[in-house]
Structure formats: C-alpha cells, structure tokens
Design a protein around this ligand. Structure first.
Ligand code: PEP
Ligand code: MN
Length: 342
C-alpha cells in the first residue's frame, strides 16, 4: 500500500525459477509491497516463446506467502489452473487480456471459482478495446456469486505505431467505473507501456485518473527475463518510481473535476498520438506511390485523382459535422507534402 491507500501488486512477468521468485519477492517486500505477482501459465503469441513453468511454480509462490507474509497472485486461463490455485491457497487470481476476450472461457473460470472463499479475482480488460466484453466478464463472475472482484486496465492492441505498445483507450476504464460504482480499479502500466522507461508516466496518469492501485512487472534482472523483458523494472527502478508517484486523489476537494479533466486530456493525447501515426503511414504510402509512378514513367500529379481525394474527404467531413475549411486546408497541406516526398 502506498500513501493515499494506493494498492500495489508487483513481481515478475513470469515465475522462472524458485530463486528468481524468492529474490524478487524479498526485494519487493523490503520496499513495502504487500502483494506479489508472477505468471505461472503464460499465454504467449508464439508457441516457441517461454510458456511458463506451470503448476511447478505454485510451491514457490506459497513459499513467498509463508516466509515473507505477502499475498500471492497469478494468472488463470482454464478451470484446471483455477483448481490448482485454489488447492494451493493463492490469494488472488487474475483473468488475462486474452481470456477476458473469450466469454466461454470466462464462464468456465467463473463456474470453477464459484464457492471459493478468500480469493480475490482480478479481471484484465480484453485485448480488443470493448467495454462490453470487459463488463460482461465481471457480470459472469458476479453471477457465479463472487464478490471480491477487481478490474485491471492494460490497454488494447492496435495496428498503429504509437508511443506505447498498446493503445490505452483510457475512456474505457473510466466508463467501466461508471458502470460498476465502487468496483476497485487497478492499472497495469507495464503492459500498456511495453517499455520500462515509459512505465512511470503511465502509472502517474492512472493515479491522476483516480485508479485505486497499480500492478507492475518487476524482475531482479530485466534483461535476462524470459518474457516481457523490455517492460520489466528492476527493483531499484521500481523503488525510484514509487518514490516519484504523486497521489492526487486523497484529500482533494475537487478530485472528480480533476479526474474528468485528466480523462479528457488523456483522450486528446491518444487522438494526437493516432494522428501522428496515421500521418506517418500516409506519407510512407505516398512515397511508395511515388516510386511506383517513377518506375512506370507516370507523372507525379494527376489532378483528377486529387479532386477525387478532396471531394471524398469533404463529404466525409460534412457527414461528421466538421467545418469545410478545416478539411480543405488540412488536405491541401497533406497533398503538398505528398507531392514533395514523391
Ligand atoms: C501478465 O500480466 O503477465 C499478462 C500476461 O498480462 P495481459 O493478460 O494483460 O497481457
Ligand atoms: Mn507480462
């Protein structure tokens, strides 16, 4: 727990060995972290990546619990995982982003958790940016009679090349909180950022938005980590981040106003990030067209094509209520820039 009642879960992306688990837990315990995370079953994109040690690591987590007095947490992605975690006595299990995207699996996991006592269930947002899918997973868990539920925001995938590896879509957790008043919301800045140097700014944004806590990936030697190596903090970097974070939530008389303003600014920042990514893609496509035209001996400017581009942009803009001058000026600038790269 940090100042202001901010809850912190920290630990390596994956449990790799007993040594790695115990040494990272001891370092985090010394920094005041109460809940230790480590993934045992890792849902990896490529079958040739490290897929976790599985149930073999459960005793390591229980050793952390018994010797350091920390709460221990891992990801579950099937009823078998749930069964193993409940039998071992874990304190928290979470549904990962790929699991939350699959309602059949969420239902099976909810059913296998039914009747369990003393286990917190955390639900990450799905990999795709859908509020309803995230909300539906929470409803399935509630429907199974579970009451100790936490949501965790980790952004969603995007084809755009953005500042972070995921697109945060901050408006989605803000809407989720509106949907489930009182639901505890954590943020996972590690999976949003995808880069250790960017984790602190994402964590600060989450606190400014009124999140109740953070789940952060911390590895004793990030460069050697078997998964998510680029985004894991060393214990020393985690300590520096924790010392620098400012909790603006507690004590502020106009916290709601500040959170709303921060949410709107975060939304604008995401749009600007996308705009720049789209501009870069558009310029790259123009450059390719230029090369193709050159190889085919065709002139750079074809005025009929430009008229077509402009009139369809104007029509789209009109349908979205945009001022005509804005669209015309913007597309004229884009057209000039395209000609100059060609
Ligand atoms: C994780 O927390 O290690 C993880 C796999 O997260 P996500 O499901 O958000 O990708
Ligand atoms: Mn990870």
């Amino acid at each position: 727990m940090m100042e202001g009642g901010i809850e912190i879960i920290a630990g390596p992306c994956s449990a790799e060995s007993r040594e790695e688990v115990l040494s990272s837990a001891a370092a985090l315990k010394a920094l005041g972290v109460e809940t230790f995370r480590a993934g045992l079953w890792k849902p990896r994109t490529s079958p040739s990546s490290f897929e976790g040690v599985g149930a073999e690591g459960l005793p390591w987590l229980m050793e952390v619990r018994d010797t350091l007095g920390m709460r221990v947490a891992t990801e579950v992605a099937s009823p078998d995982h749930v069964k193993a975690c409940l039998a071992a006595g874990l304190d928290l299990v979470w549904l990962g982003a790929r699991t939350t995207a699959n309602p059949f699996l969420v239902q099976e996991i909810a059913d296998s958790l039914a009747g369990s006592e003393g286990v917190t269930v955390m639900v990450k947002n799905p990999v795709n940016p859908e509020l309803e899918l995230w909300a539906g997973a929470i409803e399935r868990l509630r429907g199974a009679g579970l009451t100790d539920i936490v949501a965790a925001h980790r952004g969603s995938s995007s084809l755009e090349k953005l500042r972070y590896t995921t697109k945060p879509f901050w408006q989605i957790p803000v809407q989720l909180r509106g949907r489930f008043p009182g639901l505890r919301m954590l943020c996972d800045p590690s999976h949003i950022a995808g880069d250790a140097t960017l984790v602190p700014e994402v964590a600060q944004k989450a606190l400014d938005l009124g999140f109740d806590g953070l789940m952060v990936e911390v590895h004793p030697d990030p460069e050697k980590a078997l998964s998510d190596s680029s985004q894991q903090l060393s214990p020393r970097d985690f300590e520096a981040m924790a010392a620098s974070l400012k909790v603006r939530k507690a004590g502020s008389t106009d916290a709601a106003f500040n959170e709303r303003l921060c949410a709107l600014r975060a939304h604008i920042d995401e749009i600007d990030d996308s705009l720049v990514s789209l501009l870069a893609d558009r310029m790259a496509a123009s450059r390719e067209i230029g090369e193709l035209k050159k190889s085919g001996g065709v002139a750079i400017v074809q005025s009929s094509r430009w008229e077509e581009v402009l009139s369809s942009a104007l029509a789209l803009g009109r349908s979205r209520g945009l001022p005509e001058d804005l669209v015309r000026d913007l597309f004229t600038l884009l057209h000039e820039a395209s000609i100059s790269v060609q």
